[in-house]
Design a protein around this ligand. Sequence first.
Ligand code: UVW
Length: 354
Amino acid sequence: MIRRWVHAPAGSHWGEFGPDDQRGRMNLVTPEKVLQGVAEVKLGRSFCLSLPLDVPGGQAMNPRRIAPQRYAVTRDGKSAGQQGFCWSYASEDPDLTDVVNDDLVLMSLQYSTQWDSLAHVGSRFDADGDGVAEAVFYNGFRAGEEIRPASVDEQAREPHARYPQPVAGALGIERLAEHGVQGRGVLVDLAHHLGRKRQAVGYDTLMRILEADGVEVETGDMLCVHTGFADTLLAMNRRPDLETLHATGCGLDGWDDRLLNWIVDVRLACLIADNPAVELVVPKLQRPQPLRQPRLPLHEHCLFKNGIHLGELWYLTELAAWLREQGRSRFLLTAPPLRLPGAVGSPVTPIATV
Ligand code: UVW
């Protein structure tokens, strides 16, 4: 048996659902929470919470991520549709009338509306107490043993076999898919109160807004944070203007300990936003402490320490406006990722039903 960890990081809840758990706080979405979500369905109206998956439009926002490249499956340089017949059958049986198109897509799984799995962000940490910090993920799963990223060199050598092995040997997004991801969603509308100016939102501001709007968050809820970022991005119509985007939209303050404690104490099942990282990513020089530290402290806190999945670049604008009009904040949220073994993230088409 691999003993993955003897020390858990400060502020973490490793082992909360057992030492081998790979689903984290999504375990808090119990059958009872599903029923609470269903109880929010009064009209049967649905909202699509995904951006079109070819938004943002190019790699500018995140150079590591490629936009969907779509291909038709062809024969002799033509797709079945272009040939006007179904080549899989027609050559054998000219009497068959079927015309069939297939296609394929190459894209970064976290290019647009997405889930981050617990294999997405870990930390250099000495989990087994041997004095050596290793790349470790939630519940002590290791990079070298369970997580097998293809190196940049391997990818460059074999661009068409980018990920010959599943990247996440543990904690992959299929763990979330197997759960189903359906339960009660709760929306907090930061954009309504703060406008679209870039700013970090800490505990005090979040509490003030929750109170002003009468939003209650309970154990096992899936919290959606509306900042307006995705709406601004969508309006750019796949030509992202980085200068405008860098000045747009708030993000949670990953350096605010009271906020981090609240996320854990209120026992959110997961945390979702319509911006690219949920948190506001702050340049190194502006960070509070000069010590070794993460670039993404909220990612570290949620994904690495506490098993809280993050949803990013969701489209929440229409739902936020409708909920405000109705004086509501809760809904049934259905958001399973792809059941793709070993994937670090996944595109998702979340649906809110009210
Ligand atoms: C990083 O870019 C590290 O992550 P995310 O897309 O989760 O913000």
